[in-house]
Design a protein around this ligand. Structure first.
Ligand SMILES: [Zn+2]
Length: 268
């Protein structure tokens, strides 16, 4: 495994026409693929794919947006998720956390369901895949807090397993809080076409950074405007190496660290 995409949703209908081909393209490029459920049904689909493919693993959980009362699947069925979580190809619990970006949301309910995920992760001794997003700057009632700060406080209190903030989009202060609490962050193709995250990419300790696509969303350059897929994580990894290279790090060391970190984090 030369590269690893630690966050994708390959079970989405976006891949109905060519799912096996997309997975083959990743395998042929020596890319490991972690596919992440967002509710009970998609978590089951993620496991089914992981069972079929040697280079794939699954993550099971209820996305914080799906945890809002207004959404179907708002109940976190602990026992049902525990059954999935014990599957040998399930390598983490999530994506879970706090999303104050997509309104309307129910912060209290999200926190409660987030803690349930942490308890499950502790129980099955698997790491946490986190989805955390701050409120829009315009301000939504009930979302005055910093979701990253709240999530880190909750993790410090409850988590006994490693945790990664997927699609990291916080500030330098948020990053420092995460690193101080023992966590890691992962970056998507966004870093290939905006420069806002360069400083963060450079400052993350080399053993706390991972690469992901969040496919089918946010295709990296040069695939902008097309559907994303796990093989494109190569562009993300190379960009991380390029940004950090300016700080004097050897690109091959950075590329191998991205895989090494993920192997250790997910025990794969
Ligand atoms: Zn996701």
């Amino acid at each position: 495994m030369k590269y690893i995409d630690i966050h994708s949703h390959v079970y989405f209908p976006d891949y109905d026409a060519d799912r096996e081909e997309a997975i083959s393209r990743a395998r042929d490029a020596d890319v490991g693929v972690i596919t992440v459920g967002t509710d009970l049904e998609s978590s089951t689909k993620a496991i089914a794919l992981a069972e079929k493919h040697e280079n794939m693993w699954a993550v099971v959980g209820l996305h914080p947006v799906d945890a809002n009362e207004s959404n179907i699947g708002a109940i976190f069925d602990y026992d049902a998720f525990k059954k999935l979580a014990l599957h040998p190809k399930v390598v983490a619990i999530g994506e879970c956390g706090l999303d104050y970006f997509h309104a309307p949301f129910d912060a209290g309910r999200q926190r409660e369901i987030f803690i349930q995920h942490i308890k499950l992760a502790n129980e099955v001794k698997k790491p946490l895949m986190l989805h955390v997003r701050n409120a829009k700057k315009t301000g939504i009632a009930g979302a005055t807090g910093n979701a990253y700060e709240e999530a880190v406080a909750i993790l410090r209190e409850h988590a006994k397993v490693p945790f990664d903030f997927h699609f990291f989009a916080g500030t330098a202060v948020d990053l420092k809080n995460i690193i101080d609490a023992g966590g890691s962050v992962s970056f998507t193709g966004v870093i290939t076409f905006v420069r806002d995250y360069d400083e963060l990419v450079k400052t993350v300790p080399l053993d706390r950074i991972m690469s992901e696509t969040d496919a089918p969303f946010v295709s990296p350059t040069p695939h902008r405007g097309k559907r994303n897929e796990p093989a494109y994580v190569i562009e993300v990894a190379k960009k991380i190496a390029k940004i950090r290279q300016k700080e004097g790090e050897d690109p091959s060391v950075i590329l191998s660290a991205l895989v090494k970190n993920a192997k250790k984090f997910f025990s794969v």
